[in-house]
Design a protein around this ligand. Structure first.
Ligand code: FCB
Length: 462
């Protein structure tokens, strides 16, 4: 991609943004009354994260947020998506609010508004108060109820200044990576627990939507990581495996949220594990399917799916790790530092197929995350010439524009991420930022991708 490749162009009013999440950037883990979260516990457990990395300091955004807001202002974004750490607001996940926790987000929001940037707040980006996990975490309905209460507290304080609210970030990761694959906090390996968690996350979303409506917020929705699962071959077996993968990654969320029903492919995917569930209660679907103002979609890469036999002998553990499919290689394309294939047209396909499936029931879409981890190097002049990331962003924004041309109503795009940060179990080794963070000095250096995105945004200003 050369510097002269023209930018894709977006309609006026299209929202350009950048995104982060609390545990990945804030640090200050013990400060101002913050309680421990499941990610503190998980990252401090030996062997859980690469190099034993934790979010104790991260980017120290908790103290350096004015500098980060200044960088956002320099970038020219319309909106900044951040997340609120539940354990800062309620250190044990219930009871009265911690004023210092609320105050931090209040100051951040004011700083953003002064910079002319619209705040977009995510209420849950995976940092569950540990005290709630000790009582069962998302396996139990009580956590969903506590989430509704926490949302009411936050909304009461910030609804007047924060126009866009996201209840949950990527509940697939919370439920399945957290309770079945065990690669995310709390690191559990369970079958039924993961399915119960998926359902209770949706119930929590519904309760949070109610609290946000009661507070009169302008826009509320959820963010899903929807996957584009492509069959390894055209065989009937591989295509059936794609249906199972789609069920777990996409339909378990989109069917209740957008169509008010559970996936018809449930039983074939999970067998008797799903037929003997008692966590689904009457009235839940109505709660979950409340109309949303937007659907947040995070998209990074397609997944190649091949039919496979069960690898896991225990039927209760087959829920996510092992639904009779295996991930294959995507030949002939570039892969990012995450090992993820770069196939931008699958982004277009995902969005157009969502529209085909749900039609008018599909709310307007915000792309709440998209970006890439690359093998960044600091040049002699101190700059980071991240041409691969620039190409990735350029191609994905072009693919997004193609989906819009095909009739998908997309209102905004948030690049992941503003800063290099704590990439969960992969620690600090994977860098997604358009701004480099030197983890020794915490110095921020805008990369070439930052300047590219700044110019793209500027090109849209009259
Ligand atoms: C998403 C997460 C985000 C970040 C990116 C790379 O799954 O929402 O926090 O880790 O992936």
């Amino acid at each position: 991609m050369s510097d002269s490749t023209p930018f894709p162009s977006f309609p006026s009013g299209f929202v350009f943004g950048a995104a982060t999440a609390s545990y990945q950037i804030e640090g200050a883990a013990d400060e101002d009354g913050r309680g421990p979260s499941i990610w503190d516990t998980y990252s401090h457990t030996p062997g859980r994260t690469d190099s034993g990395d934790t979010g104790d300091v991260a980017c120290d955004h908790y103290h350096r947020y004015p500098e980060d807001v200044a960088l956002l202002r320099g970038l020219g974004v319309d909106s900044y998506r951040f997340s609120i750490a539940w354990p800062r607001i309620q250190p044990t996940g219930q009871g009265p609010a911690n004023p210092k926790g609320l105050d931090f987000y209040s100051r951040l929001v004011d700083e953003l508004l002064e910079a002319g940037i619209e705040p977009a707040a995510t209420l849950y980006h995976w940092d569950l108060p540990q005290a709630l996990e000790d009582r069962g975490g998302w396996r139990v309905r009580e956590t969903a109820e506590r989430f509704g209460e926490y949302t009411a507290i936050v909304a009461e304080h910030l609804a007047d200044r924060v126009p866009r609210w996201i209840t949950l970030n990527e509940p697939w990761c919370s439920a399945f990576l957290g309770y079945s694959v065990g690669r995310h906090a709390p690191g559990a390996k369970e079958g039924t627990g993961a399915l119960a968690a998926a359902h209770h996350l949706l119930v929590g979303h519904g309760l949070a939507m109610k609290a946000l409506r009661a507070a009169g917020v302008r826009e509320a929705g959820i963010t899903l990581n929807l996957d584009r699962n492509v069959p390894a071959t055209d065989s009937a077996a591989d295509r059936a495996a794609v249906v199972r993968a789609d069920t777990q990654h996409n339909l378990v969320w989109t069917e209740p949220l957008l169509a008010g029903r559970y996936p018809s492919t449930d039983e074939d995917t999970w067998g008797e594990l799903i037929t003997r569930q008692d966590f689904r209660r009457d009235g839940d679907l109505e709660l979950i399917a409340q109309p949303m103002d937007f659907l947040g979609v995070n998209y990074y890469r397609p997944i190649v799916i091949a039919d496979a036999p069960h690898r896991e002998p225990d039927p209760a553990l087959r829920v996510a790790t092992d639904n009779r499919y295996a991930e294959g290689k995507y030949p002939g394309v570039r892969h990012t530092a995450m090992g993820w294939p770069v196939v931008p047209e699958t982004f277009t396909d995902l969005l157009t197929s969502l529209k085909e499936t749900y039609g008018d029931a599909l709310p307007p879409i915000h792309i709440t995350e998209n970006g890439s981890a690359e093998h960044d190097e600091v040049a002699a002049d101190g700059a980071v010439h991240d041409a691969d990331r620039v190409a990735y962003l350029h191609e994905h924004l072009t693919a997004l524009r193609a989906a819009m041309d095909a009739g998908v109503d997309v209102r905004g795009y948030y690049v992941w991420s503003l800063l290099d940060n704590f990439e969960w179990a992969l620690g600090y080794a994977k860098r997604f930022g358009i701004i480099r963070v030197d983890y020794d000095t915490l110095r921020r250096t805008p990369k070439d991708s930052y300047h590219w995105y700044r110019k793209l945004i500027a090109a849209h200003r009259v």
